[in-house]
Design a protein around this ligand. Structure first.
Ligand code: ADP
Ligand code: MG
Length: 691
């Protein structure tokens, strides 16, 4: 007995077709109904030939008044048509003798659909869809003709007929029950779901095609809203479940915090203080904190993380700080150790590279609780690492980790007195709406202020041909005791070639600038070498660091005041902003040179201009979203997890705040709707609910 809700229950769907449908994510009849057309054609009306416009698609009906096969250069068939309002030529490059006879017969009536072009001798259609008709055929289709996203071996024709059947089922069975409360529909002025689905598959002739094409028809908004709502629900429910767990309340007497702040060479900014208060309030609760910390590059997130860790230490519990790269883990370790050792707090370092006896020792001391703070990479959670009592997990540069990793981490962290509190820090600011969808399970804190005395990094774009000037700038900066970065980003597909490019650049610069101490850092160097180089640079014992984008996130050397980015035209806005953020981290006036290879494409030009004009990471993120779309902005991993079928985060962002609000309402007032909504839209792929 086949599952009645499965596509296999539709006529004509055998294993082979089912397989192809699966490639489009279609498993059930409901999936067929939610597989919406990409675009439509208007075959509901006939356009008089005299009113055809070049560039537009149109359907015409006309009589063949003559035809010829020409062979000037290439052989083709020309059919001349007339309908009393004008004349039009059809042009075919491929045709069989049968077609030639069928289409070329003077006096035949043809109905054609195609794009109108301006030809040499008047308007033409090239290879239109065309058929002969008799005089008693109805004038045209009743609805706009849908075109569906398809895949190899799956024709529009097949999809249309499956949809036809599915729409039939929609009428008979309650396949798509209305799950949204009437008040919500009324408030948003959205149609009921069955009506929306029917309209989108079979839009009546009068439907505004332009509105459909832009994805802003109320029926489309209805489905987009419901999909966004389903995603919100799954993440909000996850949050609700997490919040039901117990966590150790972390509220010490503040003694260590006091001593930490007294030793700090600066005063927290008002924004840092505010964010810290938000975190402290969460940590004091017996429920796990789930908080996202956003702040622009250089806004001082690390010290906030350290202060959160101190809260845990004050109550005798452990903190783990996870960074996305070894390099960053190393730097955080150095920072934390510098701050904490004076306070008698034990900090350890644990990455995949720590092996043998040193590793065993670290693990033992972690398990016994001797180590209060551990810094590492994801190895911290992937491998069998036991904590005495992990109370706080801090994840730095979150955009490199996806929702799944976040979940895995929560699972691993469960031990002792409950679930650990979680603080997640993003390297790159994310536009509000994106954050709202990707991090719907988290509360958000924003550091919206830079430490005092920072000057905007003066940014210039210079063509490659003026390298000499750039080199002179480096010489000058280093002569006056500053340091500089020279970044060689990805120009080759392979990492090996990229590293080689950096090595070659370092060699050349060493020849040209023999008086400077130049270091090289890239992903292919032995870790120990890389660390030594970074340590020397941090300590001011190197003047110039030539590097690949390994230094993209987090590296903090306040004395560096000059950043050169080669092939800047190849990089995205957010990444450029990240790289630029390596300078301007102290009170020094800093600059960033974007070296590019002309000619610049329009997009690249806009990007470099945006970077020159704009210094606020949130504004840059907003522009980046417009330039690249949400998938790219969130990073491949995350977007891969967040595939939306109907909604478009950019186009539909105005719906998000309401979706969030309605999600929270439904979770309280209509829990019965929650599961069906999630199942409808996320279906078997609902991996969010597994906690
Ligand atoms: P990010 O938010 O990019 O991770 P960091 O935490 O690395 O930024 O901080 C950038 C630099 O600013 C560091 O050198 C840090 O010591 C310094 N810093 C942080 N907070 C302040 C502050 N309130 N006043 C002055 N300098 C600060
Ligand atoms: Mg950082």
């Amino acid at each position: 007995m086949p599952d009645p809700s499965s596509v296999a229950a539709l006529k004509g769907v055998g294993p082979k077709l089912a397989d192809r449908l699966l490639r489009l994510g279609i498993r059930t009849i409901v999936d067929v109904l939610l597989h919406l057309p990409l675009r439509y054609q208007d075959r509901t009306r006939l356009t008089p030939v005299g009113r055809l416009q070049p560039g537009a698609e149109a359907q015409i009906e006309a009589e063949v008044v003559g035809s010829e096969v020409t062979s000037r250069g290439r052989r083709f068939l020309l059919c001349h048509l007339a309908d009393g309002t004008g004349v039009l030529t059809l042009r075919f490059f491929h045709f069989s003798p049968g077609q030639q006879q069928l289409l070329g017969q003077t006096g035949a009536r043809l109905r054609c659909f195609g794009e109108v072009r301006q030809g040499y001798a008047g308007l033409e259609m090239i290879h239109p869809e065309c058929r002969r008709i008799s005089s008693d055929e109805p004038p045209a289709a009743a609805c706009l003709t849908p075109f569906y996203p398809a895949t190899a071996g799956l024709q529009q024709f097949t999809l249309r007929s499956l949809v036809e059947q599915a729409l039939g089922c929609l009428d008979q069975a309650a396949l798509l029950p209305e799950l949204l409360p009437p008040a919500v529909l009324a408030q948003l002025q959205l149609p009921p779901i069955a009506e929306a689905v029917r309209l989108l598959h079979r839009p009546p002739a009068a439907t505004a095609l332009a509105e459909l094409d832009s994805g802003r028809h109320p029926a489309q908004r209805r489905l987009a809203f419901e999909e966004l709502l389903a995603h919100q629900l799954s993440l909000r429910r996850l949050r609700q479940r997490m919040k039901q767990h117990i966590a150790p309340p972390l509220a010490g007497n503040g003694g260590l915090t006091q001593r930490f702040l007294e030793r700090l060479p600066f005063v927290l900014t008002a924004a840092q203080q505010r964010v810290l208060d938000e975190i402290a309030a969460d940590l004091a609760q017996p429920r796990p904190m789930l908080r996202l910390l956003q702040g622009d590059v250089g806004s001082g997130k690390t010290v906030v993380a350290a202060l959160a860790a101190i809260r845990a230490v004050e109550t005798g519990a452990q903190t783990a700080l996870m960074a996305p790269t070894e390099l960053l883990a190393e730097q955080h370790y150095r920072n934390f150790n510098g701050w904490f050792s004076a306070l008698g707090i034990e900090v350890a370092w644990l990455t995949g590279r720590l092996t043998g006896k040193a590793r065993r020792m670290a693990l033992d001391r972690l398990a016994s609780g001797q180590i209060q703070v551990v810094v590492g990479t994801h190895a911290l959670f992937q491998e069998h690492v036991a904590f005495a009592e992990l109370a706080l997990a801090i994840i730095d540069e979150q955009h490199r980790f996806g929702v799944h990793q976040r979940l895995a981490l929560r699972e691993k962290g469960r031990q002792g007195r409950g679930h650990p509190h979680q603080l997640i820090m993003t390297a790159t600011p994310i536009p509000r709406t994106l954050a709202m969808s990707a991090y719907a399970d988290l509360d958000t804190s924003v550091i919206d202020e830079l430490p005092p005395g920072r000057q905007p990094v003066q940014t210039v774009a210079i063509p490659d041909s003026r390298r000499d000037e750039v080199i002179a700038r480096i010489r000058q900066a280093c002569r006056s005791g500053r340091q500089a970065y020279w970044v060689c980003p990805l120009i080759e597909e392979s990492e090996a070639l990229q590293c080689q490019a950096a090595a070659v650049t370092a060699e050349r610069l060493t020849e040209i600038l023999p008086e400077l101490r130049i270091g090289l850092a890239h992903g292919r160097l032995p870790a120990a070498t890389k660390e030594t180089v970074m340590r020397l640079f941090t300590a001011g014992q190197l003047d110039l660091l030539v590097a690949t984008t390994v230094i993209e996130v987090g590296v903090d050397v306040p004395n560096a005041s000059l950043m050169i980015i080669e092939n800047a035209e190849r990089l995205g806005l957010a990444q450029l902003h990240q790289l630029r953020g390596r300078v301007g981290r102290g009170a020094l006036a800093s600059s960033c040179v974007l070296l590019y290879r002309p000619p610049l494409s329009q997009v690249a030009h806009n990007r470099l201009a945006a970077l020159r004009e704009c210094h606020d990471g949130f504004e840059i993120a907003r522009r980046d979203l417009e330039l690249r779309g949400p998938g790219e902005v969130l990073g491949a991993r995350q977007s891969g997890e967040q595939i939306l079928r109907v909604a478009d985060l950019l186009r539909d962002q105005a719906l998000l705040p309401t979706a969030r609000q309605v999600a929270d309402e439904l979770l309280h007032t209509r829990p019965d709707c929650v599961e069906p909504l999630i199942r409808r839209w996320i279906g078997a792929g609902a991996r969010y609910g597994e906690v």
